[in-house]
Design a protein around this ligand. Structure first.
Ligand code: AHR
Length: 657
């Protein structure tokens, strides 16, 4: 009795809570259960929530080419400063079918400034002392050579930086300028003003920070790419999502229209623009400045395998569900073959040559290709078959990804699994947007999956709790913890589950359509959610071989609300143990490490927890729920730890095998 009392008091002092008993876990280090693919933990990118335009793609001017349905959306006439004039929208459809619309500024007074102002994507995020690069495609109309003043204006109306450009001629051509901003402002705007009399035609009015990711001209937002880089992702799936399918077929994603000179990439409306009435975003378009070449480059930069998903001849079945007749699928299949050539082909081939001209003569080494996104029904299987037959024959080296529909366990799902297995698809893309409870009770989902069928690509998943006011409040600690618990099941079954990615990836706090999301940003800042940090712990502390970690001989899939998985990396000399305590109470675990490996006396523990399961990160408190690193001591070949309530631990042990 005395002993029990002592134990209770001791436990209470450690954690402030009562520890109930001890769970004795056994880790077997000698026996490898499965290999983990080097591309196991990846990312899913879709242009949703202002992910590309207004997000990753660092262009600051919205509707730079005046191709929005309302050509002046994002633009207005600038307040007159003595100047006088008129603004016109013109079209040159025959010469420039992909980008016909342009702006004419007809400045009619000898003195003063007349022109337009662009509002940016919910303003322009500008940083003090940083250089900005302005460019425009333009020409002079009439006799007078126009002089154009470009001004970056703060939210308070002060000029933060400016440049004067005057290199226009009668032929269309690029005119450039640059300046440095004197202040930081999240809501700046851009004025483009003709000084004095003159007529100038303008298209592709553009402003980029010079400090982009890898300082690439007209590149990607460095802080956002850094977040991806830090994940060490195994693959990059792009360009989505439903965006691949389109609301109807005319609005499907067509990769060929996203490569080559940006001014020739035909802009289309973003399908998320009007998808949800409560999150209407009428100014959401796809400029394709972030197109397939840039996606491949991004994948290469962050060390990820590129995984493009192509339209299979079906529009989104939640929208029109339009189908391409089977005997008219050829252009779609040709797109797939040409994409392989674009990515991997010799520079003497048509598409390989374009890749080289765009600056990447070396192949991108494409290995994976997805046929269709979230399709269902026999129409999908029929189309997949036709694609697969041709691709298998011409490119047997390509790993094909097929879909299993939008839900993890309905009739459509079971039908597709059966059919696609018969088709011997390599990977089946499964999607689950489910409750945290579902994730907690499905950690054993793959334990009994067929080991001889297609492998699984958990291509889109996220735990969805109830709706709340704050946009980021669906990214609760509870949701992240339940994903961490579920992911022990993915890791344990790495022989079946070869790839996994959370979805969606990004959201602009002022322009989102879908939540929860892995990363939130505004025009200047970025925040990792608790879910992001869970992904990061998995993707950066990954072994190459799965080990057995058991309680009473059974894998931990939620008994006593405990979850676990383990892995080792012989080359790196590491053992990783992942432990989730999903209960409200602390839990003492004793993990005995069995086998021939010599383990270090100290290990590193990465702990995530929060007092409140509904806690979430914000711009004001971005690290509220984030991993905390500490050192723990092993007792011989055992780890004794009191796991905090509602906690996720990764324990990293140095080992000699
Ligand atoms: O991730 C958001 C959407 O969810 C994807 O576009 C689609 O594939 C799924 O329905």
């Amino acid at each position: 009795m005395k002993k029990i009392l002592f134990y209770l008091i001791f436990s209470l002092t450690l954690t402030g809570n009562v520890v109930f008993g001890q769970d004795r876990l056994r880790l077997d280090v000698d026996h490898t259960v499965a290999e983990v693919t080097p591309y196991m933990w990846g990312i899913f990118f879709e242009d949703i929530n202002f992910g590309a335009d207004g997000g990753f793609y660092a262009e600051l001017v919205k509707n730079r080419s005046f191709e929005f349905y309302e050509p002046m959306m994002g633009w207005k006439e600038a307040k007159k400063r003595e100047g006088e004039g008129k603004i016109f929208i013109l079209k040159r459809e025959q010469q420039k079918p992909a980008n016909p619309t342009y702006l004419r500024i007809d400045s009619r007074s000898d003195k003063g400034l007349f022109g337009v102002v662009n509002e940016g994507f919910r303003g322009m995020g500008i940083r003090a002392d940083e250089p900005y690069y302005f460019s425009v495609l333009g020409r002079q109309v009439g006799e007078l050579r126009p002089e154009v003043l470009v001004e970056l204006v703060s939210s308070k109306g002060e000029v933060l930086g400016s440049t004067t450009i005057s290199g226009f001629s009668r032929e269309w051509g690029k005119v450039e300028g640059s300046f440095t901003s004197s202040q930081t402002d999240a809501k700046a705007t851009l004025r483009v003003l003709v000084n004095g009399k003159g007529i100038v035609d303008m298209d592709m009015i553009s402003l980029f920070p010079e400090n982009t990711w890898k300082n690439r001209k007209n590149g990607l937002r460095a802080d956002l790419v850094q977040m991806l880089y830090d994940l060490h992702p195994g693959f990059l799936r792009f360009p989505g999502g439903c965006i691949v399918e389109g609301h109807d077929l005319s609005l499907r994603y067509q990769w060929k229209k996203t490569v080559g000179p940006v001014e020739e990439r035909e802009m289309i409306v973003n399908r998320w623009n009007t998808e949800f009435m409560h999150r209407h975003t009428p100014d959401y378009y796809q400029s394709f400045g972030l197109g397939f070449f840039e996606y491949f480059l991004l994948a290469e930069d962050i060390g990820a395998e590129p995984l493009p998903i192509l339209n299979c001849g079906m529009a989104c079945q939640y929208n029109t569900g339009e189908l391409v007749p089977l005997d008219e699928l050829d252009p779609y299949i040709q797109d797939a073959l040409d994409l392989i050539e674009f990515a991997n082909g010799d520079i003497t081939t048509k598409w390989g040559k374009l890749r080289a001209e765009m600056g990447h003569p070396k192949p991108f080494n494409l290995k994976f290709l997805g046929i269709g996104n979230e399709q269902w029904g026999e129409q999908y299987v029929e189309r997949y078959k036709i694609f697969a037959e041709v691709i298998r024959q011409k490119h047997p080296e390509i790993v094909l990804v097929g879909g299993s529909g939008p839900k993890p366990e309905d009739e459509r799902f079971h039908y597709l699994w059966k059919e696609m297995k018969d088709e011997e698809v390599d990977l089946m893309d499964e999607h689950y947007y489910m409750s945290p409870e579902w994730f907690l009770s499905n950690a054993d989902r793959y334990d009994d999956y067929d080991r001889n069928g297609p492998k699984v690509f958990a291509g889109e998943y996220a735990a969805h709790g109830p709706d709340n006011d704050h946009p980021m409040s669906k990214n609760t600690w509870l949701s992240a913890l339940s994903e961490a618990a579920f992911m022990t099941g993915l890791e344990r079954n790495a022989d079946v589950v070869n790839m996994a990615s959370y979805a969606p990836l990004m959201a602009h706090i002022e322009a989102w359509q879908w939540r929860p999301d892995l990363i939130w940003f505004d025009n200047l800042n970025v925040v990792g959610t608790p879910n992001y940090y869970v992904q990061k712990l998995y993707s950066t502390l990954t072994g190459s071989e799965v080990l057995n970690i058991t309680l009473d001989g059974q894998p931990l899939t939620g008994q006593n609300k405990l979850y676990a998985s383990a892995s080792k990396d012989i080359k790196e000399g590491k053992i990783y143990i992942k432990l989730v305590n999903a209960s409200d109470n602390p839990k003492e675990v004793n993990v005995s490490i069995n086998g021939g490996a010599k383990v270090s006396r100290n290990a590193t523990a990465y702990l995530m927890t929060a007092d409140d399961p509904l806690a979430f990160n914000t711009f004001e408190n971005p690290q509220k729920v984030a991993p905390v690193q500490s050192e723990i001591k092993l007792k011989g070949k055992a780890i004794k730890e009191t796991l905090q309530p509602m906690s996720f631990y990764v324990i990293e042990i140095d080992a000699k095998f």
